[in-house]
Write a protein that binds this ligand. Structure first.
Ligand code: PLP
Length: 388
C-alpha cells in the first residue's frame, strides 16, 4: 500500500509554521531547497492523521493522561522490532527527547560534574551540558576508511582524567549515520562499568536502520548495564510527528527513575497533550506498514546520493548504516566553513547544516537531510554538482 508513489508527492509546507521553511535564506536567483533540520517532507501515516482528526472532531482539548494501552503499545513496539523487553513501569513520558535528556542529566549529576559526548554529534548535546553548568568533555570520533569509529583509548582516558559521571550517547549516531555494532557497544559498556559512569542513550533514530545493520538497544547488553542506562526514544522522528511533541524514556532502575521523575515534577510538566498521546498510539498500533514503506523509500534516496557523490568525487557521501541524515565529506574542496555555506546555500540554493555546528571534527563536512521526495533530492544533487 505504501509504495514509492506515496512518498513521491511534493507538498507545499510554506505557511504551515514549519521551521524548516519559515526562515529560508536567500540564494542566487533560485528558491532554496531546505535540507537542514531533521524532519521529513513526507505526510505522516494516515492512521496518525485519522487519530488526530478524531480528536479535532471531538473538539474538546482538555488535559491528557496516558493509559495502560499506551504503555503496552510502546513496550510491544520495541519488543517486536528490536527484541527488547521493557516493563511497562520502566516507562516515563517526556514532551521531547532533549527535555528528557535534560531531566536525566540534572538527576544524575550535580553542577560542575563532567559529562562525556562523542563529537561530531547533534549540537544540543553540547548545549544541554553547558546550559546546565556541567563540564563538557569531548571524545572525538575518528574517521577510518570512510567509517567513523570511537577512539576507545581516548574515551577511557578522558573518563578517568575528568572524573566523568555520565556518557551522553547517540545511538544511532547523528550525524555520521553510524549504527553502532555489538562489539563497539560492549566496549563502551565495559569502560562505563569499570569507572561507574551512567549512560544516557539517545536512541531517537533507532527505527531508521538499513539492510546490513542492526540496532541493539544499549540497555539490552547486560543486566548490569541496564541498571546504569537511561534510554530516550520517541515516535517523533520515525513517524514525522516531531511538532506534536511526545517522547518516552526507559529507566529500569527504580531509584534512578524516581530521581528523574522528581526533576520532571520540578518543571511542573506532568502530562503529554492529548494529540501526542493519540498520535503515539496510532503510530505504534497502525503505522508499521507505512514505516516499512518509508524505509524502502529512504534506502532508494541513500542510493541516489551515494551514486552522485562517490568516493573518488570532489564531495563524498559517507556510507549510511541508518538515519536519514547524510554526512558529506567536502574536505577535498579545501574550503572554510563559511565558504562551504556560501557554495551550498548561496550558489547551489541547497540549505544544509554545516558540519562545524556539530562540534569537533565537523569541519569540512556538511549534513544533508535526505527525507524528501526523490525528485527533490535529485534536483538538490544536480544543483550541487553544477556549482562544484
Ligand atoms: C539525536 C537526537 N536527539 C534528539 C533530537 C530532538 O528530539 P526532541 O525534538 O524530541 O527533543 C534530535 C533531533 O534531530 C536528534 O537528532
Amino acid at each position: 500500500m505504501f509504495d514509492y508513489s506515496f512518498f513521491d508527492e511534493i507538498y507545499d509546507r510554506s505557511n504551515t509554521s514549519a521551521i524548516k521553511y519559515t526562515s529560508l535564506p536567500i540564494a542566487e536567483k533560485m528558491p532554496v531547497i531546505p535540507m537542514w533540520i531533521a524532519d521529513m517532507d513526507f505526510k505522516s501515516s494516515p492512521a496518525i492523521t485519522e487519530a488526530l482528526k478524531k480528536v479535532a472532531d471531538h473538539g474538546i482539548y482538555g488535559y491528557g493522561e496516558i493509559d495502560d494501552e499506551y504503555k503496552e503499545l510502546v513496550t510491544d513496539w520495541y519488543n517486536r522490532r528490536m527484541n527488547w523487553k521493557i516493563e511497562k513501569d520502566e516507562l516515563l513520558t517526556m514532551p521531547g527527547v532533549m527535555f528528557g535528556v535534560t531531566m536525566a542529566i540534572r538527576a544524575l549529576t550535580k553542577e560542575n560534574d563532567a559529562v562525556l559526548i562523542c563529537q561530531p554529534v547533534y549540537y544540543p548535546f553540547e548545549n544541554v551540558v553547558l546550559n546546565n553548568n556541567r563540564k563538557l568533555v569531548v571524545n572525538e570520533l575518528v574517521l577510518n576508511n570512510g567509517r567513523y569509529e570511537i577512539d576507545f583509548k581516548d574515551f577511557e582516558e578522558k573518563i578517568v582524567k575528568e572524573n566523568v559521571k555520565v556518557f551522553l550517547f547517540c545511538s544511532p549516531h547523528n550525524p555520521v549515520a553510524r549504527v553502532w555494532e555489538k562489539s563497539e557497544l560492549t566496549k563502551i559498556a565495559e569502560i562505563c562499568l569499570r569507572h561507574n559512569v551512567y549512560i544516557i542513550s539517545d536512541e531517537i533514530h533507532s527505527d531508521f536502520i538499513y539492510e546490513g545493520s542492526e540496532h541493539i538497544p544499549f540497555s539490552m547488553l547486560s543486566e548490569e548495564i541496564k541498571m546504569k542506562t537511561v534510554t530516550c526514544v520517541a515516535p517523533s522522528k520515525t513517524f514525522n510527528i516531531a511538532g506534536i511533541q511526545a517522547s518516552n524514556m526507559i529507566v529500569p532502575d527504580d531509584k534512578l527513575r524516581e530521581k528523574i521523575l522528581k526533576e520532571r515534577t520540578s518543571t511542573c510538566y506532568h502530562h503529554l497533550n492529548i494529540m501526542s498521546i493519540e498520535a503515539t498510539k496510532a503510530a505504534y498500533k497502525d503505522s508499521e506498514e507505512w514505516l516499512d514503506g518509508l524505509l524502502k523509500y529512504l534506502k532508494r534516496n541513500v542510493e541516489i546520493l551515494q551514486k552522485a557523490f562517490p568516493e573518488d568525487y570532489k564531495v563524498t557521501a559517507l556510507k549510511m548504516d541508518g538515519t536519514y541524515l547524510a554526512w558529506l565529506d567536502c574536505r577535498k574542496l579545501n574550503l572554510s566553513a563559511d565558504e562551504l555555506d556560501d557554495l551550498f546555500l548561496k550558489k547551489a540554493g541547497v540549505w544544509l547544516h554545516n558540519g562545524t555546528t556539530f562540534g569537533k571534527g565537523g569541519e569540512g563536512f556538511m549534513r544533508m537531510n535526505i527525507a524528501c521526495p526523490s525528485s527533490v533530492l535529485e534536483e538538490a544533487v544536480k544543483r550541487i554538482k553544477s556549482v562544484l
